[in-house]
Ligand binder design. Sequence first.
Ligand SMILES: Nc1ncnc2c1ncn2[C@@H]1O[C@H](COP(=O)(O)OP(=O)(O)OP(=O)(O)O)[C@@H](O)[C@H]1O
Length: 704
Amino acid sequence: MKTKHLVTYNFITIHQDATVREVLQSFLDYRQDIACVVEEKKLIGIVTKYSLYRWLLDHANLEANIIHCIKRDVVTLLEEESVYYAKDLLVKENIGHAVVLNKYEDVVGIISKSELIKGFISERQNLVNRLQTLMNNLQESVLSVDTHLHVTSYNTSALTILHKTKSELTGQPITQTFPQIAANLRAVIRTKEIIKHKRLSIGDNTLIASFIPLKEWDTITGAMVVLKDITDFEYIADELETTKKLENMLDNALEVAYDGVVMIDNERNITKANKEFLSLIGISNSSSILGTSIDTVAPELTNHKHTIHSEKIVGELITIQGKKAILTQTPIYQDEQQVGTIIKLISKQLDVWKDLLSHLEKLEHELTYYKESFTAMGQHAGPFAHIVSKSSSMEELKQKALIAARSFSNILITGKSGTGKELIADGIHSASGRTGKFIKINCAAIPEELLESEIFGYSDGAFTGAKKGGKPGKFELAHEGTLFLDEIGDMPMTLQAKLLRILQEKEFERVGGTETIKVDTRIIAATNQDPAKLIAEGTFREDLYYRINVIQLHIPPLSERQEDIQLLCDHFIKKFNTKTNRDVIGISQEHLEKLLDYEWPGNVRQLENVLERAYHFSTSKWIDPEHIVLEKSRDPEASDTHKPPNERLDREKKLQETEKNMLIQALKNAGGNRTKAAKLLGMSRSSFYNKLKKYEVKEATQFM
Ligand SMILES: Nc1ncnc2c1ncn2[C@@H]1O[C@H](COP(=O)(O)OP(=O)(O)OP(=O)(O)O)[C@@H](O)[C@H]1O
């Protein structure tokens, strides 16, 4: 407050020519005790009631000029001075009034002690009001007591926190109601010392209280307590503590994670990143990227921007800093609102994963293979367990072969080259229980002049160059066993007659011998030609055919039992793995189609050869499809009955030409070696020889 606020502007100004009477009259009119003598607004001095009294007592002249009553050393004040300064000045000078001047030193008014007192009283009231307002609006609760601990004042917050009404508090002692507060207030009154931040419990609330002594002129008149409810803070602090702990746990979990993990907010700014992620992007410290856009930090992820926010992505392959990584992302939700996204990048040891997966796949394959083999073994007799198949035609055939094996009849096995005739014959022998050996002879592979002695043996000196003491033939060797006459359709007619005799009489003589040899040999014959056609062409004896064909087993070509192909592939690859100690898994489903669509003129043998080649050339865990080389020819023997005769003949001619060229090419590639050339084409040696004969391919030596 300034002096100008308490100035009396309604004051008496007089000229120094004024008389005592005039001035006294003004005092009476204005009920004032002082008049300012001014000249052009400037103060000359003052005339007070007492100075006039004194003049009148001495001179008793009302008409005298007041000049003699003027007090010239007047205490003045500037209107901008504070009222405190004004008060101090009046006290110091021991005067009741002071003249107030403006900044131009013009007289503006008078300030009196009584005005000052009124001003201070109203100022005090203002302060009290402001204090009360302040107290009522404080968040803290305030309560004061006198020295007897009776409540003298409080604010509204105190009523709330202490759960009391005004009448329950005003003037009431608090010793009973709030003993904790009372004890501390008592201590403060006694010691006159402040007690700060004391933790108290009132009801369910936790409070922090400060106790302050109240003094008046150095005398303790009571004490005050300031209370702050920290129940909510404590709860928040607990929450914060828990959140902090959780965050620590999360940080630790992220650090131990094997994969790169980065979290972004809805603005795509990074909120967290673990070490693995930092090493992926080539940064050592996360502080440099926190709060930065992921698009700046890892632009490789920008391609996935459209998906990176709200979508869940599992296992997308990306390249980051030149390294392959698998990206998985999950949006983070809070109260059903997305608050960010967590992105996981698996880049470490992807090869290990790949190997692990292929290993698993391989194990699965093996399991399937063994399951199927096991089922096959369970369903069929052991002797045929090595014949891999699941087609119904082959399953029936194996059943039939088992029955045939237990009989004593001769058996004729028909089927195209490479279908597994020898395999079946061998199985029949094993299942037959015959104690002798399984002896095989290929009638097409042995020159005609040697075949007889091979089958029947020869006696000492039978021909020039014959072994001394003679040599037993296959018939004798297969005594009490089985003689497998492969390619019987190629047996010369002379031998066919001799064979017929043995089959009827069970005895024979060696070539050049006279001794009759009795044998108990079971015959299993096989041919890849059509016996009826051979008989019709006159190259095969009908009577022999009936002798042999007691039981006929026909093996269907591989193209008619596609279901067996995958099983056979697995079987052969496993076989190769065992031989080479490699771990090739097999052929992927997609490339298997190529094998299923093929006609397989060389049947299972060709399949095995094709796979063997591809196996050796493949460098990965899977058979590389580019190494699966399938000849583009068809089996010339395969019928084409739905075509018109002319077209069929043309086609047959073309096929024969192609086949002849293939034979020549194979011989060239094999350096003239017929066995190798036959293998290259996936044919048996005997079929290969037959075809050479058929197409009159000249001496093999010319291909060397
Ligand atoms: N079902 C099968 N399971 C396993 N291997 C088979 C099967 N069929 C054939 N093979 C294999 O295919 C190859 C040819 O079989 P096999 O020699 O028995 O046929 P083939 O019909 O006698 O042939 P050819 O008439 O040319 O003499 C052999 O290596 C044999 O082990």
